[in-house]
Design a protein around this ligand. Structure first.
Ligand code: SOE
Length: 383
């Protein structure tokens, strides 16, 4: 069902820290580069009135507010973009969808399967009223990874047999690094697993257009306590995760995620091995994709570096003349562009909350497997 798109669309972002800043930057820039429906940056919402007012002024929002409930009731707000921590996603997203607002929510979808399922039900019901929803797996919008998906879909790799994925960071290497909401199960749901393995798992599903049938995993917390406001506090999530996946297509994938991988800053690496070729990618060089093509003469074979920076490449026609590279923040701009375009077309954007729930099922299976010392967990999967 399509409903007429109000013009301009009024936007509210909830959360003004790291992700709130990344999304605000995208809202601020998207219309300068892409043809998108008219919208206005109406309100930035956060708990601390002074800080959110400062952030709103800096990031181009007309006003700030501290009460998200009153914001989602406003008639001049049509889009709610949720950048608050995971424990708040379900309540805000459900209320916003029920109030008829299009919703974009940061990953992972929620902290628990139950919350994620309630969000999917709210999204499905809202969709019948023309109200759209999307989860923010922003790395789907890296041009090199969008190109990788196209090459795989065109059969350039032949049959994909196995994938190695790793998402490695080191910001928790120092045992004295303080407690944050990201290290408490009740606020973050899980650690490296939900925070960054979720991205790697989503990429595997996105690149292969596939689904997971079997999961085994292991989780490890290396630093059990960290300094909090009132002394040492227990860390209740994992520092690192190791996952093996079987896919409907027959492919096998391994995923490593760590926030204590000393020296690795923000390295999402993917290696995809097929019967006719292979692709490799590292987020720390996000404008590059390496392609090994066995259909080339043997004496010329080898990993070829594609600088994914031509107007022909996904998203790049909108940016700079060829060769002028883009960065991490552009993935959020592409995400907003795709979200707005789908809203204007009355189409359901991807990744949907259902796709977010699929990832959540895999995360829950990893936790179940890890609790049972790596035993194999079966999932009901279909592509
Ligand atoms: C922090 O570990 C974090 O910001 C994640 O939450 C993001 O999703 C990822 O893109 C970068 O790392």
């Amino acid at each position: 069902m399509t409903i007429p798109t109000p013009s301009p669309l009024g936007v509210a972002v909830i959360g003004y820290a790291f992700m709130g800043k990344a999304h605000s930057n995208a809202w601020r820039n998207v219309a300068s580069f892409f043809d998108v429906p008219a919208f206005e940056q109406k309100v930035l919402v956060g708990r601390d009135a002074t800080q959110v007012a400062e952030a709103a002024a800096k990031y181009g929002w007309a006003e700030s507010a501290t009460d998200w409930r009153s914001v989602i009731e406003r008639d001049d707000i049509h889009i709610v973009d949720i950048c608050a921590p995971g424990w708040m996603h379900a309540e805000i997203a459900t209320a916003a969808l029920e109030a008829g607002k299009h919703v974009l929510v940061e990953k992972p979808l929620a902290n628990t399967l139950g919350e994620a399922e309630s969000m999917v039900a709210a999204a499905a019901s809202a969709r019948t009223r023309g109200v759209q929803s999307m989860i923010g797996f922003n790395y789907r919008r890296v041009p090199a990874l969008a190109l990788a998906r196209e090459l795989i879909a065109e059969g350039r790799l032949g049959t994909v047999r196995h994938i190695r994925a790793a998402y490695l960071q080191d910001w928790l290497t120092d045992a004295e690094s303080p407690m944050t909401w990201r290290l408490r199960k009740e606020t973050a749901g899980s650690g490296a697993l939900g925070d960054i393995a979720s991205h790697a798992i989503d990429q595997i599903l996105y690149l292969l257009d596939d689904a997971v049938t079997e999961v085994s995993g292991r989780l490890q917390t290396f630093v059990d306590q960290r300094p909090g406001a009132e002394g040492l506090e227990d860390v209740t999530v994992d520092d690192a995760a190791w996952v093996n996946l079987s896919l409907v297509s027959g492919a096998i994938a391994s995923v490593e995620a760590s926030r204590v991988a000393t020296g690795q800053k923000n390295s999402l690496r993917l290696e995809i091995y097929g019967s006719l070729g292979s692709l490799t990618f590292d987020l720390e060089n996000l404008n590059e994709l390496k392609f090994m093509d066995t259909t080339m003469p043997v004496r010329e074979q080898g990993f070829r570096r594609i600088l994914v920076n031509e107007p022909e490449h996904p998203y790049l026609g909108a940016w700079w003349p060829q060769g002028h590279i883009i960065g991490w923040e552009h993935t959020f701009t592409h995400q907003i562009r795709d979200f707005l375009t789908a809203i204007a077309a009355g189409e359901a954007p991807s990744p949907s909350f259902e796709e977010g729930l699929n990832v959540q099922h895999i995360l829950a299976a990893v936790e179940e497997s890890a609790a049972a010392k790596g035993s194999l967990i079966q999932l009901n999967a279909s592509v």
